[in-house]
Design a protein around this ligand. Structure first.
Ligand SMILES: [Cu+2]
Length: 146
């Protein structure tokens, strides 16, 4: 019985490692979580993508571009100036070592422009994120109503 338990434990560990390997296959140093794209009604050709980007490496990095097959993509920052909200294109979003950059409404975000077809709730959009130090990684981002 003792041996049997051990085998189960070893199997569980192997499965856990397999899962980790999948997650880290894209990038050893960058981890993207809570990614979502804002659902927009049919006919609206632009929307924002939001996510948390964690830099697990020991050097500062930054997101320098993003791309997608279905739209032009820019990195934006929403700002309030004298009560007027505006969106500006920015060259990069810093992701300091050990820190998490939050891309969220009203702040930094990834803008999809000229979307070729309507995105439905639950659709997933592949985005390629390019980092100054960590290179490129792909994320599959669900379309969500928030
Ligand atoms: Cu924008």
């Amino acid at each position: 019985m003792k041996v049997f338990k051990k085998i189960i434990l070893v199997t569980a560990l192997i499965l856990a490692n397999a899962n980790l390997a999948q997650v880290f296959a894209k990038s050893r140093t960058i981890e993207v979580t809570d990614a979502w794209i804002r659902y927009k009604p049919a006919g609206i050709r632009m929307t924002g993508a939001f996510m948390n980007i964690r830099n697990k490496s020991n050097q500062d990095d930054s997101l320098i571009s993003a791309s997608s097959k279905i739209a032009a993509v820019e990195i934006h920052q929403t700002k309030m100036n004298n009560g007027i909200m505006s969106m500006d294109r920015v060259d990069e979003i810093a992701v300091s070592k050990g820190k998490t950059a939050q891309l969220k409404p009203g702040s930094y975000h990834i803008m999809l422009i000229g979307i070729k077809k309507d995105l439905k709730l639950g659709d997933k959009v592949d985005l390629t994120l390019k980092f100054k130090k960590s290179g490129s990684m792909k994320v599959s981002v669900p379309v969500i109503k928030k």
